[in-house]
Design a protein around this ligand. Structure first.
Ligand SMILES: C[S@@+](CC[C@H](N)C(=O)[O-])C[C@H]1O[C@@H](n2cnc3c(N)ncnc32)[C@H](O)[C@@H]1O
Length: 326
């Protein structure tokens, strides 16, 4: 499977057609010969042998978005043509057919939502090799304690193994883009994690919004407490009304880390009332949060340095006390 525009200048992969909203990036020099290139036609433009001849199409306009999928038999190229299919559409809107391997030179602007779609959608695939902007790739493969460690890395590592394969210099592209690239392989883990993923994603959003603050400081903020109380009551209502019909995963970006600015604590009791809660209700909920943190030695830890196991442990403690994040 690959993102594709149209073939040009004899390149066997697809060409440098870019949506106007994405940074201009050309075909990498080193990517021009594909494993299929010696005898097979260009995947993105091939047609089934049985298809009627296709009228010569003019290249898509710059705003055209194309997503192509190809499958090929395991041995030989003879029936390859009949098994390829081109799907034209926005990769973020189009339902992908079943696939096992994804190889894509994607527009960098959709890196995060596309990875979210692949990993947290309904797809079951073996491996995805993606060319990404170098800085994004570094953030994706970062480990706890690295300065780049972030919500994206934590979320992706919850469901997949990620490996940096190689850097690709911007000088390897014609024309030369502004940014360097890296090739990354993402392999989903076989077994799904033992956590409600929507809950996990909500939890990491809270933690990594201020990833360098201690958990104690993050979960002491009044606005955060009120927000969590609202969510927790809603979650409990959903569960009692219709078990198993929680809000589910809302696909979107995985890496919207905040800027570590604390929420304001200015609202007092009037803030509680404005939010529809009594002061006692808020106080009791605050105690529940503090209780979860105090029952571990995690209150002094910072999300940017915590492993997923530690974060998961804390999430379970919160959930056991009726504190919900989705
Ligand atoms: C980096 S280029 C890669 C082109 C080609 N696959 C190659 O390797 O040479 C990314 C391509 O994705 C297209 N594109 C941009 N946004 C897209 C989207 N949302 N869905 C599908 N394709 C998109 C661009 O028009 C461009 O052709």
């Amino acid at each position: 499977m690959g993102a594709s525009g149209y073939t040009s200048r004899g390149a066997s992969t697809s060409s440098p057609t870019h949506a106007s909203s994405t940074p201009s990036r050309a075909t990498p020099r080193s990517a021009r010969a594909t494993p299929y290139s010696r005898s097979a036609p260009a995947p993105a433009t091939s047609q089934p042998a049985s298809s009627p001849p296709r009228p010569t199409a003019s290249p898509p306009s710059r705003s055209t978005r194309a997503w192509s999928t190809q499958s090929r038999p395991v041995s030989g190229h003879s029936t390859w043509r009949t098994s390829s299919r081109v799907i034209q559409g926005d990769a973020m809107e189009t339902e992908f057919p079943k696939f096992d391997v994804c190889v894509a030179n994607i527009p960098y602007g959709i890196s995060s939502p596309l990875i979210a779609k692949l990993l947290f959608g309904t797809y079951h695939f073996r491996t995805a090799t993606l060319l990404l902007q170098k800085e994004f790739a570094r953030r994706l493969v970062a480990m706890p304690g690295d300065s780049e460690y972030n919500r994206l890395a934590a979320n992706v590592r919850m469901v997949a193994d990620v490996k940096l394969l190689m850097d690709v210099s911007k000088r390897d592209f014609v024309p030369m883009p502004r940014v360097d690239s890296s090739l990354v392989e993402i392999q989903p883990r076989g077994a799904p994690p033992e956590v409600d993923l929507a809950e996990w994603l909500g939890f990491t959003r809270e933690c990594f919004g201020q990833k360098n603050k201690t958990l104690g400081a993050i979960f002491k903020q009044k606005r955060k407490i009120l927000d969590l109380l609202k969510r927790s009551q809603r979650s409990e209502r959903c569960t009692s009304d219709a078990p198993g019909t929680g809000s589910g995963i809302i696909l979107g970006v995985l890496d919207d880390d905040g800027n570590d600015e604390a929420c304001s604590d200015e609202d007092g009791d009037s803030g509680d009332r404005a939010a529809g809660f009594s002061t006692e209700e808020v106080g009791a909920f605050k105690e529940r949060i503090a209780g979860a943190l105090e029952s571990t030695d995690l209150a002094g830890k910072r999300p940017s340095k915590m492993s997923n196991d530690e974060l998961l442990y804390l999430l379970r403690l919160f959930n056991e006390r009726g504190i919900w994040f989705q």
